[in-house]
Write a protein that binds this ligand. Sequence first.
Ligand code: KIV
Length: 294
Amino acid sequence: MNASPLQPAQAQGTGRDQDGTVLYGGITNRRVTVRDLAKAKQHGERWAMLTAYDALTAGVFDEAGIPVLLVGDSAGNCHLGYETTVPVTMDQMVMLSAAVVRGTKRALVVADLPFGSYQESPAQAMHNAARLLKEAGVQAVKLEGGERSARSIELLVEAGIPVMAHIGLTPQSVHAFGGYPVQGRGDEAAHRLLRDAKAVQQAGAFAVVLEAVPAELAAQVTAQLAIPTVGIGAGVDTDAQVLVWTDFAGMTAGRVPKFVKQYANLRAVLGDAAREFAADVQSGAFPGPEHSFS
Ligand code: KIV
């Protein structure tokens, strides 16, 4: 690794020694594995996950020490210009995932199985998950659904494919939900979410994303599961947090969901740079002699 991704300040406060099992301040010479994430849960170490859709940004996040990168099918609306994740294809996911793997050295790379690539049968899930491992080189896959996806998760795990599950608000079901409503509100919905969480753990998932669920419910699920929970819009008590990179970096146009914190304003920075470049070209200020050959 050319950068030291793991800042001592981040490792402080975990109360543990630097024995190589610590995600922040430990492992630097190999990729993070699902075993490291299991140990992090045992040690009570929280971790961050970001989405990435290309080699360049993935490399920046890898050097910054983000231990897990998700090639989300959010690429559909955040990278490829679609309105939802629904149109994203397997070929697109393979291409984007391969770029993220090429751009990283340390992060565990997880790729989404897109809509229509696993719901038909466990065999279909197996075929497409294998494509992501063999053609793109990712180390794990993610799929949506709790009890309804348990058989597919079981088959993949038996075949040696680490699976991250995703329950609560599952964006591939946007048309069934009629939008992106918070999930798990009310006793019955809360019990269903807990059942889904236990079903994916039982099926062998190594972690589960909880999207848009009340913070108190996410805390209960996290306390009852042995595998790490990864929250997005699920409050502070999950084991990990994930954000879509274009949201967290301020690249997204217009409103972002309530649960997003913007850590930068890249849209404004890039827009300003583009306007300054255009003005320099118009005025003849660029290229200057220092940018020209004699
Ligand atoms: O596709 C995606 O980016 C996701 C995250 C929101 C968890 O599934």
